[in-house]
Design a protein around this ligand. Structure first.
Ligand code: ADP
Length: 261
């Protein structure tokens, strides 16, 4: 628990740093793209120059994309939460997940018997599942199994305290496991850091898991990882049970869903 609290404080510090840099950096990139677009229209440019300006714009736009990832991590993204049921959400994204994992990986989904009502941003949760599936696939180059389970889980005071935030109570859980390469401790401790990647250059940005972390935290949820080299990896995500008060607001079409937090 001590270890988890230390980890949570580290992520908090990185989040502040990343958010600040991302914000300023994005302004700089906006200037580059803006003047680039302007220059591109200049009829006196040679074909080569025109192409080079195009490269500058493309690179700056790629930078913007990375910055957006960082902003998700540092919780500076707008959240659009609604009442939704997790089993239905997972069932709905299954087709996309199958596309991500390819033919050599089996997908097994075991939904909880009861409905799992949460107040959450559906498209952000879809992104969480897609990012987890992408990493699972990369960890299983020879094929394997991706397992998704959902359940209710009671979180006690001690656990919530160990996370450094959040409250005890009932949480909906999504458990995502793969039968892939697994991770050693040094890797496991760093996976949520922005730009941390063990993949070949050009293969990974190191943002996938930091985006997952940012989304889960923005939902006031928790994420745990269990992994050993050669034994596969399991991620367990906790999302607080949907509150009836928030539900009443969200289901009233006359009222915009409030952004929580
Ligand atoms: P990227 O996938 O671009 O490297 P991520 O932030 O998504 O960035 O992941 C960071 C690192 O965490 C990966 O490079 C990999 O080392 C490790 N990782 C994440 N998920 C898994 C997994 N399911 N199995 C093994 N390693 C993983």
């Amino acid at each position: 628990l001590e270890e988890q609290l230390r980890q949570s404080q580290k992520m908090e510090a990185i989040g502040h740093l990343a958010g600040g840099i991302a914000h300023d950096f994005n302004n700089i990139l906006t200037v580059i793209v803006g003047y680039g677009n302007f220059l591109e229209l200049d009829g006196s440019l040679t074909t080569l120059q025109h192409e080079q300006v195009g490269q500058i714009i493309a690179a700056a736009e790629r930078g913007s994309q990375l910055t957006r990832g960082l902003l998700t991590f540092s919780r500076k993204q707008v959240m659009n939460p609604r009442n939704l049921e997790l089993n239905a959400l997972v069932a709905q994204v299954q087709t996309f997940l199958l596309r991500v994992i390819g033919e050599d990986v089996q997908l097994k989904f075991t939904p909880a018997q009861e409905p799992l009502n949460v107040y959450a941003d559906g498209s952000q949760l879809e992104q969480v599942l897609m990012n987890l599936a992408t990493n699972a696939r990369d960890a299983m180059p020879e094929g394997g199994t991706l397992t998704i389970q959902t359940c209710w889980q009671q979180v006690d005071e001690a656990y919530a305290r160990s996370q450094g935030y959040g409250a005890p109570g009932r949480y909906a859980c999504i458990i995502v496991s793969d039968s892939g390469s697994g991770m050693d401790r040094a890797t496991r401790e760093r996976i949520f850091e922005p730009f941390f990647s063990t993949k070949a250059v050009g293969k990974g940005t190191g943002l996938g898991m930091s985006i997952v972390y940012g989304i889960v935290k923005q939902h006031k949820g928790f994420i745990n990882v269990y992994s050993e080299p050669g034994e596969g990896t399991t991620f367990k995500i906790y999302l607080p049970e949907g509150s009836s008060e928030a539900g009443a607001l969200a289901s009233d079409p006359g009222l915009a869903a409030p952004a929580t937090g």
